[in-house]
Design a protein around this ligand. Sequence first.
Ligand SMILES: [Zn+2]
Length: 385
Amino acid sequence: MQWRRSVIILVPFSFVLAVAAEGEIPVKTMTYAQAKQRVADRKLPEFWVGSVTGLADRFAKLQRGEVKTIAETPGGRPIHLVSFGEREQVRHRANFNSAVGAREPSAYLDKAARRKPVVLLIGPVHGHETEALTGLCNLISIMDTGRDLRGKDRTPLRRLGEQCRLLIIPAGNPDGIARFEPRALHGMGLADVRFWGQGTWADDTLCGWPQCKRQHPMKGENTGFLGCYFDDAGVNPMHDEFFAPLGPEAPAILAVARTEGPDLATSLHSHESAPTVLRPAYTTTEQQQAVRSLAEEYYALLEQRGLPHGGLPAVRAEGGEHPAPFNLTSAVYHVSGATSFTFECPHGIVSEKACQVSLEQILEIQLALYESMMRYALQKKAATE
Ligand SMILES: [Zn+2]
């Protein structure tokens, strides 16, 4: 409460005006100086992790869990993998797609022979979506100490986590996160999401979504401020060229998936609306149904806790005028057989359609997702034994 009061006092008047005006006239251009001016002079709470500064020190202090650097970004920043629970060695004879072709998926990895389910949590590959960096750093604290970064006891969630092997990549795109100066979009407007997220062209026009995907990598004379979607070389890891990689982030994430063979995986993102589980494109209908079932359980948990949620993901074939892209989430399934999905968390921005949530509620939305994933993975494991 202390923090919220200080925000109200410190938000500059120009910022309030700019946000209020947005509903009527959409902001089309923004300079870096203007974007900086719109960032409220606020103190984010201690539990909020909106930066890559200090992450390595934070992980070096862990008493439990294993920390590995799995790649270095074009900006020279490490990508960490933090894992909890022993890795179980099981039979591996073929890569996943060959095993599927063999009509024996277990030839890839004998997942049924493992005692514990394996859950992969992929933190923001879009640098302005720090809701998941906060969520995952809190989960790491819970697995290490039993408490979240607010000091709240989370023993039940830790006990669930101890029954799984957890693979946590807290920051999927450290370059993008490092470029994200506001640390949180909470309380800001749609134009701020566009500036920091997708960036601008050389004439200060906001790139916007999905137009920001019409040039990839995002580099060259026509580009302005590089949005946090991208690493320092202009690569958006969600849409890397998976068969001939452009950047180091997506291949490192996929290497974790391929070698560990998770049962369940998610790529964590954020948007304007309520918490939503998305349909995993280019996966089997059975996989899509599994994601829908998990979403049903997750949404029920959110309702029980008085938290909002979006609609259920459909189960359908690909196609239509604008077919879904084969993205990082699809690729995770195709290298590891994991039930894989994209999650979108609310930023808590100020707009007509935005889902209104506090920073504390954002943390609860994240932790409830991890809890639902662990429960789902454990149920599935129990059902196959
Ligand atoms: Zn995203």
